[in-house]
Design a protein around this ligand. Structure first.
Ligand code: SF4
Length: 176
């Protein structure tokens, strides 16, 4: 019985390897390597040594930016190949990626999350809402842009930004 089960698993593994060989690499070619013009980003990227652990904070997004972040970390754009990795706690992070305008309910939470990230740390304002409140500018529940609450080092434009732009910005953080 045990032998039959291990034979079946062997067949499954062999068929999986055949499929992987046949499919090949699906990731997009690397986008241009950006050269950050911000000296804080350059020096912090050098200190981080080629990898960056990222805590994502949704400060009030419509979730459009989250869809593109998921795509940037999926198998096609594969941001992890440049040393960028999403983590579950700000205490494990080197950088915050913040989406959405900062709503009044998230203002204190964002500030506390920023303070929980060990130094040196970077903040990316991802998407037009994070940069300047975008379509939500002037809304009664919006406290301001990300830069109104915490210092921002890198901005990624777009509503939402394309995965290529997200990957390019993250490459700027890792220096890879
Ligand atoms: S930038 Fe656009 S996609 Fe992103 S949170 Fe704002 S409205 Fe949504």
């Amino acid at each position: 019985m045990i032998q039959r089960e291990s034979t079946r698993q062997g067949v499954i593994v062999a068929s999986l390897w055949r499929k992987i060989r046949k499919t090949g690499r699906v990731a997009e070619p690397a986008p241009d390597k950006p050269v950050p013009d911000n000296t804080t980003v350059q020096s912090t990227a050098a200190e981080l040594g080629g990898s960056v652990q990222i805590r994502h904070v949704d400060a009030g997004s419509c979730n459009g930016c989250e869809v593109e972040i998921a795509s940037a970390f999926g198998p096609v754009y594969d941001a992890e190949r440049y040393g960028a990795r999403l983590v579950a706690s700000p205490r494990h992070a080197d950088a915050l990626v913040v989406t959405g305008p900062v709503t009044r309910n998230m203002e204190v939470a964002l500030r506390r999350t920023f303070e929980a990230v060990p130094q040196p740390r970077l903040v990316v304002a991802l998407g037009d809402c994070a940069r300047n409140c975008g379509v939500f500018a002037g809304a009664y529940g919006v406290a301001g842009s990300v830069a109104d609450v915490v210092p921002v080092d890198v901005e990624v434009a777009g509503c939402p930004p394309r995965p290529e732009a997200i990957v390019a910005a993250l490459r700027g953080l890792t220096g890879r």
